[in-house]
Write a protein that binds this ligand. Structure first.
Ligand code: DP6
Length: 388
């Protein structure tokens, strides 16, 4: 697949006046991290993630054909302000969120070439998350993937309602819908392309993983040992505040970073090392690779110019307690981090009882207001309602 495969070959007939679609899409947690990107959201290295289950976004996309002849004529000043020409409103938990508009506008600009119908409709985007907005859990992966899936449903409807269109065949390839949804989601937020499917997703070209692509996420194609089925992820909410440095800024600091090339090579190597680990169920090696990835991600931040630290004292307290507990009990519990202070505690299902006790007795004290979220591996997004 190339980028050109996602550009519609024919014009849409736009025979559908209005409708709505709803998708629910999960968050994901990277094991090998995406940190650094090239133009057009192409990752600097491949990454792999567990798709989550409980942390998800539900998005309803209502669409209505625009009648441009009745839309108010804009003054020259207004035209300059509304340069993109997209028409949409966005709501979070029923509340209008104009401050989300620039991000969506930017997303629409990036994807317009691939879903050109978006200029022809007015959209109402109603979204809600299962996790609190101010939890420090990024909603961009689940949010952008849910929106991308809704847009794909609209495209499919438009194409399939036009019986004369040769593009109907495109959707007969059963992978096309998900691949293009992942492709679009990536243009909204890189990690979002790993949220369409589950349970283990690779994004970025890797020489040993056939079918892997920089353009979209694919299901990890090789054998995965029982040990990794149903893996648990308890997310400890150490700091629920807004991040001081956004991921996008952090990614950009990998340009001219003194350790960038070594880091990108290391990500390729770590993914190679994980292949036999997943096959054989080697939990000790898994832990070593995953924790090293998390700490390297934050080491890259600390070695950027300007440098920054997203971990908090409680992040380190938790890491040290996990290490002590693991040494004392030999339980296969480990941590990973995303671009923030929160800690994802990962462990196999069969050790859940003891690990959850440890989390409650020793780690929850380091969470802001004692808050944490119990999650586990999930199987990807699902559609909630059909066009109505
Ligand atoms: C540390 O996907 O949030 O979570 O593409 O700029 O939207 P943008 O970045 P984003 O970066 C995620 C970085 C990470 C690691 C990962 O998920 O692989």
């Amino acid at each position: 697949m190339t980028e050109l495969d996602f550009i519609p070959k024919n014009n849409y007939r736009l025979s559908i006046e209005n409708g709505s679609f709803t998708w629910q899409s999960p968050s994901n947690i990277a094991l090998v991290k995406y940190w650094g990107k090239k133009d057009n959201q192409i990752p600097a290295n491949p990454s792999i993630s567990f798709t989550l289950d409980a942390c998800k976004t539900t998005t309803e996309l209502k669409f209505k054909k625009r009648d441009l002849s009745t839309e108010p004529v804009l003054s020259a000043v207004e035209v300059l302000k509304v340069t993109s020409g997209f028409s949409f409103d966005i709501y979070l938990d029923g509340e209008k969120k104009d401050d989300f508009k620039p991000k969506i506008e930017n997303f629409f600009k990036r994807i317009e070439k691939y879903v050109p119908f978006i200029k022809e409709y007015h959209f109402v985007i109603e979204t809600k998350n299962t996790f609190p907005h101010s939890s420090g859990i990024a909603s961009s992966a689940s949010g952008m993937s849910a929106l991308a899936l809704c847009l794909m449903s609209v495209e499919k409807l438009l194409i399939e309602s036009d019986v004369s269109s040769s593009a109907v065949e495109t959707f007969q390839n059963k992978d096309y819908f998900k691949q293009k949804a992942s492709f679009l989601a990536r243009l909204g937020s890189g990690s979002a392309c790993r949220s369409i499917q589950g349970d283990l997703i690779v994004w970025g070209k890797h020489k040993e993983i056939e079918g892997s692509s920089n353009l979209f996420g694919v299901k990890y194609p090789f054998h995965v040992h029982e040990n990794f089925k149903n893996y648990h992820d308890t997310i400890l909410l150490v700091d629920k505040g807004e991040k001081q440095v956004s991921s996008t800024v952090g990614h950009n600091l990998m340009h001219n970073h003194p350790f960038a090339e070594q880091r990108f090579a290391q990500a390729h190597n770590n993914l190679s090392k994980l292949i036999p680990v997943f096959k054989e169920g080697n939990l000790k090696s898994f832990i070593e690779i995953i924790e090293s990835e998390a700490l390297t991600l934050h080491a890259m931040m600390m070695a950027s110019m300007p440098y920054f630290i997203l971990m908090k004292p409680n992040t380190l307290e938790i890491i040290n307690k996990i290490w002590t507990f693991r040494k004392e009990t030999n339980h296969n519990v480990c941590f990973t981090l995303d671009a923030g202070a929160n800690v994802h505690v990962l462990y196999p299902k069969r050790e859940a009882e003891q690990v959850i006790k440890f989390i409650q007795n020793e780690l929850v004290a380091h969470c802001q207001n004692g808050h944490y979220i119990c999650d586990r591996i999930g199987f990807g997004a699902r559609q909630l309602t059909m066009n109505s």
